[in-house]
Write a protein that binds this ligand. Sequence first.
Ligand code: SAJ
Length: 430
Amino acid sequence: MAVAHDPGLSFKRISVVGLGYIGLPTAAVFASRGVEVIGVDVNAHAVETINSGRIHIVEPDLDMVVHAATVEGKLRATLMPEPAEAFLIAVPTPFKNDHEPDLSYIEAAARAIAPVLEAGNLVVLESTSPVGATEQMAAWLAAARPDLTFPQTAGEDSDIRVAYCPERVLPGHVLRELVENDRVIGGMTPRCSQAACALYGTFVQGACVVTNARTAEMCKLTENAFRDVNIAFANELSLICDKLDISVWELIALANRHPRVNILQPGAGVGGHCIAVDPWFIVNRTPDEARLIHAARLVNDSKPQWVIGKVEAAVAAAARRKGCAVSDVRIAAFGLAFKPDIDDLRESPAVGIVEQLATSFPGQILAVEPNIDALPARLATRGVALADMAEALRTADVWALLVDHKPFREAVPTPRAGVEIIDTRGIWSA
Ligand code: SAJ
């Protein structure tokens, strides 16, 4: 049910806990609408950077919005929570070694804000979370503040309102998607949802669609699991086509001409902080039922190893052709980021592939990543060299295209005689 927000409910002072890839843009957008925003983070460097009007993460145009918000005095960062009318929690939810969700950051955030909570406050959890996390957060808050009432016991009459509202923005397009995307709002009671709708109504132009907290939690996980399963289908097809000597790129383009078929693109694996993580929150909770979602995770997680095998075979073939030792073959890896046209190397399959190749082929690897100036330590210390595209094309015997960045799409190279190409994105071999 889409809800028109109650104009009587307005928020003048809010707090955003966790000033990362979601929290900081959200805080800045609220501030740009005239709301006083107190940003809270445990990272002193992030707090200092934001207070000086700069940013510690990479996202187009975010620097300008944060700069303007701090100069106008609407956004201020701090290490310690302060009283506010609403608290938005946007902290990480990683998983532990066995894929068990790690809610310790949410627990720490709840314990940090509990002392400053006042009757009438709204607390919204935005972090991607397993089903039941919002109720768990409310339980932590209630344990810390026995003098206040919460929805799990007081229902609609509670002093504190609690809701779940997942972020759904695409890295690289965060500022636009924050404003334009619809929001799913899951209050612990209808009144909690109404308060959260009023809060997001400050800047959201999309619809605020109301449900309960558990459905909203599952909705976020479902969106990313849906994408993971669809990418796994494409990745599985790439393995099948390789074995059957068919171009997977041509195959997908042909199949997608069917009006009800829309296959995604294979790649070097699934990276980033969301799609490779969130489906595990479903599998962990319902392992017997989530068979397809689990299989998709395994298919996507195994793709980098398959790519490594292809590169190893290409290196052996290049050595045979050149009549040289395997250790004399030069390998160029094109792209390190977790997806095209960003500089984010965290959880990137390409980085893992290059790292493992660097162990097998020490001193033989050039990495071309147009979006960075220096290699991460885990590659630099393994003897990988950062090279420009022209040098890598001129000197390498094996070209491994791992990410389809714009410069690679726009200048499709003509291979020198004998060059082996592993094209995981179908732009140099299709
Ligand atoms: N990928 C492929 N083939 C494709 C599409 C993607 O291999 O056809 C790979 C990418 O190269 C990358 C990974 O999948 O390694 C994920 O990239 P992505 O662009 O699909 O997604 P993210 O992780 O940048 O952002 C996702 C988005 N979720 C959905 O599209 C359902 C975003 O809307 C979410 O807000 C975000 O996760 C999040 O924070 O959860």
